[in-house]
Design a protein around this ligand. Sequence first.
Ligand SMILES: *[C@@H]1O[C@H](CO)[C@@H](O)[C@H](O)[C@H]1NC(C)=O
Ligand SMILES: *[C@@H]1O[C@H](CO)[C@@H](O)[C@H](O)[C@H]1NC(C)=O
Ligand SMILES: *[C@@H]1O[C@H](CO)[C@@H](O)[C@H](O)[C@H]1NC(C)=O
Ligand SMILES: *[C@@H]1O[C@H](CO)[C@@H](O)[C@H](O)[C@H]1NC(C)=O
Ligand SMILES: *[C@@H]1O[C@H](CO)[C@@H](O)[C@H](O)[C@H]1NC(C)=O
Ligand SMILES: *[C@@H]1O[C@H](CO)[C@@H](O)[C@H](O)[C@H]1NC(C)=O
Ligand SMILES: *[C@@H]1O[C@H](CO)[C@@H](O)[C@H](O)[C@H]1NC(C)=O
Length: 327
Amino acid sequence: MSHTELLLLLLFLHLLVPFMVNSRQQWPVPYRRFERRPAVDSYCKALYPFCPTGDRDGRIPVMKDSDVISVYRLQTPVWEFKYGDLLGKLHIMHDAVGFSSSATGTNFTMEWYELFQLGNCTFPHIRPDVYPPFWCNQGAACFFRGIDDLHWSQNGTLEKISEITGTQFNDLAHWVQSDNETGIYYETWTVQSDPTPNATTWFESYDCSQFVHRTYRKLVQLGAKLSSQSQTNYTKIYLYSGEPTFLGNDSTIFGQPALKNLADDIRKFYHPFRPHQSFLDLALSLLEAYKKVMVDKSFYLYYNFEYWHLPMKPPYIKIIYEEVALP
Ligand SMILES: *[C@@H]1O[C@H](CO)[C@@H](O)[C@H](O)[C@H]1NC(C)=O
Ligand SMILES: *[C@@H]1O[C@H](CO)[C@@H](O)[C@H](O)[C@H]1NC(C)=O
Ligand SMILES: *[C@@H]1O[C@H](CO)[C@@H](O)[C@H](O)[C@H]1NC(C)=O
Ligand SMILES: *[C@@H]1O[C@H](CO)[C@@H](O)[C@H](O)[C@H]1NC(C)=O
Ligand SMILES: *[C@@H]1O[C@H](CO)[C@@H](O)[C@H](O)[C@H]1NC(C)=O
Ligand SMILES: *[C@@H]1O[C@H](CO)[C@@H](O)[C@H](O)[C@H]1NC(C)=O
Ligand SMILES: *[C@@H]1O[C@H](CO)[C@@H](O)[C@H](O)[C@H]1NC(C)=O
């Protein structure tokens, strides 16, 4: 579709949407919760098994009420083994929470990550036989026995930030299971109006660090006190755009002949970005995306299983390692 046609369509949708939504759009768009996690489509095949040492049914052991459980903040550069500390320099970090029971001496790691890796959560598959772009974008919580001290502490962080009771731990365990059942998909991007502190956030990411923040907030709500000796920074991948326009979901966009131009444009947009297996490939794709959005100033965001159009603006894309204080 030509730029004029696209502009006209967007203008049309822009005028129409307020009537369809029938209330002012809420920013950031709330992340959609589901009744329960659906089964994964068999097209999506994990290269690395998800949560290999966790309990199959996500069960979490019950602690004695009187137990005292240490809570650890865990952070390490992503895939540091493969690419040395390059990703550490870029501050692409993975976050998790550790627990250690003083009654039994056992310890546990709790994290939230992609079932099919970051590339599959960031870009869809463009399949010749399936019209809408196909996403393998589920993410989930993994709880398993053990804390790999060396892995977290050597090039990252392993820091005790709290002590909680067994009762508080058991309450947290219930919360994690329901959070895991209702928050089912990973979102890489945070979308903001600009890089200033007063920016409007259009969309929040939903990733490993957001899970850690939710866990900390829940702990505080359960009465825990958290404190850290060092600055607590997290990785965020930003897109910068003007006010987004709602476009629709798979059936509204890809099921209506009238929207064929838009449907084709979305397919075309995602075509160069195959979900990759290695992080290096993904980094190259991000670079490609950067060039593309700089030229076209346009991005199709998939959020809550629906598409939005983002009128992109400088600085377009940024990876920032920034402080998020403990609650
Ligand atoms: C991404 O999804 C595709 C399609 O299911 C799959 O073949 C590939 O292994 C996935 N990539 C990773 C790294 O899991
Ligand atoms: C979260 O859901 C995934 C996918 O169904 C499952 O494998 C995992 O065990 C669950 N984790 C927890 C802590 O409930
Ligand atoms: C966790 O347990 C392992 C094995 O018992 C131990 O080597 C490690 O130091 C413990 N880590 C923490 C942070 O408690
Ligand atoms: C830490 O980084 C060094 C240098 O990049 C690397 O050789 C080492 O394997 C890393 N250690 C861990 C536990 O990741
Ligand atoms: C942010 O907003 C506050 C309150 O509206 C204002 O006082 C402040 O100057 C703004 N800061 C920037 C950097 O725009
Ligand atoms: C897609 O959107 C339409 C219109 O809002 C809605 O009726 C339909 O249920 C949605 N489909 C899915 C799969 O959510
Ligand atoms: C952590 O974040 C703060 C503020 O967001 C920033 O000034 C600082 O440079 C960051 N630290 C590192 C190591 O990047």
